[in-house]
Design a protein around this ligand. Structure first.
Ligand SMILES: *Cc1c(COP(=O)(O)O)cnc(C)c1O
Length: 387
């Protein structure tokens, strides 16, 4: 049997895979089993921050592999502390909790919000307002936090305590806060899985102000938007807000599984020993990878991200067959005249790997994609969209 048949026979049928087997990658170039080369604009869904098998990242990870790969959270480990210090210094957050995925990072944020309210106000004030097109993960609780009905179907009952506001409608948020006993508001700055939908500046800043007035915790899900992708270290930094909790995962460790929940002043001491935990959380190899990633996301890198982002928009906005371009930085949503499935397949045939999100073509290139490869890939996308 070939790999497609074996995959179908032995792996749970949760993914509709593209018909490509990846056997090797270097930077933004990737190769299939026949040696066909592709320019990758998907980075394993915003995970391979500096592309495939990046040398600096590999060295950081290998060095930690040679020391020790795991300790349990019963002992101190330098990479975990170092990463936490760097993240807190660069965000103004106070403490971090480590887990292994975006869903878990959000789970920790949700538990923190519940515990904050329980300790301060007593039982019952636990509802969290999230957005109708948001996406926060696949566990039963983060599915409940995910406003999109399509994901809920067949998995009921979900965790209770979530209500969904319309995006960019502050009055709807206020109404839900009045009708429910709420502890937090949770949102993405740009909704990734929801279709690369940008939230308005007025809405984001209005929600932050309203949350502060009501002592509702502001939780920003930076699982996809974080770690340099937006042109800032975290996308909330484009706005005049200071979240109480920031979650991230995907790109933080450059291709290793890691979730991080950053806790601000209000919640820095909400957890005490035994109240939350994760066996693999803060794995030192993942932390070493993350330190190398975060330390490379400096002003020069962020400037180049913004330049590449500007280039992409300048090329695509108004081009034949392209209806609109959304997103922030190197997170790009393209509304095409042609069906997205056709665009994706034709780009692939022409050697460019792109993603979709809802009704859009989605680009999440490596932050260090070489300019010539980016130009080549964008030319292919324009050609396919305009055909
Ligand atoms: C991908 C994603 C998640 C879930 O992350 P997993 O690592 O798959 O659990 C949560 N929130 C957002 C915004 C995401 O894009």
């Amino acid at each position: 049997m070939d790999i497609k048949e074996l995959d179908k026979k032995y792996i749970a049928n949760t993914y509709a895979r593209f018909p490509v087997q990846i056997v090797k990658g270097k930077g933004s170039l990737v190769y299939n089993e026949n040696g066909k080369q592709y320019i990758d604009l998907g980075t394993g869904i915003a995970v391979n921050t500096f592309g495939f098998s990046d040398d600096i990242w590999k060295e950081a990870v290998s060095k930690q592999m040679d020391c020790f790969q795991h300790t349990s959270n019963l002992y101190y480990a330098a990479p975990c502390v170092e990463l936490a210090r760097i993240l807190c210094e660069r965000t103004g957050m106070k403490k971090v909790f480590y887990s292994n995925s975006g869903a878990e990072a959000n789970e920790c944020a949700i538990k923190a919000a519940r515990r904050y309210s329980e300790i301060k106000y007593g039982a019952g004030r636990y509802t969290i307002i999230t957005m109708k097109s948001g996406f926060h993960g696949r566990t039963l609780t983060t599915l409940a936090a995910t406003g999109q009905e399509a994901f809920h179907k067949d998995f009921l009952p979900l965790t209770e305590g979530f209500v969904y506001a319309e995006e960019n409608n502050l009055d709807d948020v206020k109404r839900l806060a009045d009708e429910n006993s709420c502890t937090a508001i949770m949102l993405e700055i740009v909704q990734g899985e929801g279709g690369v939908k940008n939230l308005d500046r007025d809405f984001i800043e209005g929600v932050a102000k309203f949350a502060a007035q009501r002592d509702l915790l502001l939780i920003i899900d930076e699982v996809q938007t974080g770690n340099g992708r937006s042109g800032k270290l975290y996308s909330y930094m484009h706005y005049d807000i200071q979240p109480d909790i920031v979650t991230t995962a995907k790109g933080i460790a450059g291709g290793l599984p890691m979730g991080v929940t950053m806790l601000g002043e209000k919640v820095e001491n909400v957890y005490d020993p035994g109240s939350h935990g994760s066996t693999f959380g803060g794995n030192p190899v993942c932390c070493a990878g993350a330190i190398s990633i975060i330390n490379r996301i400096d002003d020069a890198l962020l400037t180049s991200v913004t330049e590449k982002a500007d280039y992409i928009r300048q090329q695509l906005v108004g081009a034949p067959g392209i209806k609109s371009v959304s997103g922030l930085g190197l997170m790009v949503g393209i509304e095409t005249v042609r069906p997205t499935s056709e665009v994706v397949a034709e780009c692939r045939e022409k050697g460019v790997l792109v993603l979709t999100a809802k009704n859009k073509v989605r680009l999440l290139p490596a932050l260090n994609i070489p300019k010539d490869q980016l130009e080549q890939a964008i030319a292919v996308i324009k050609e396919v969209c305009g055909a």
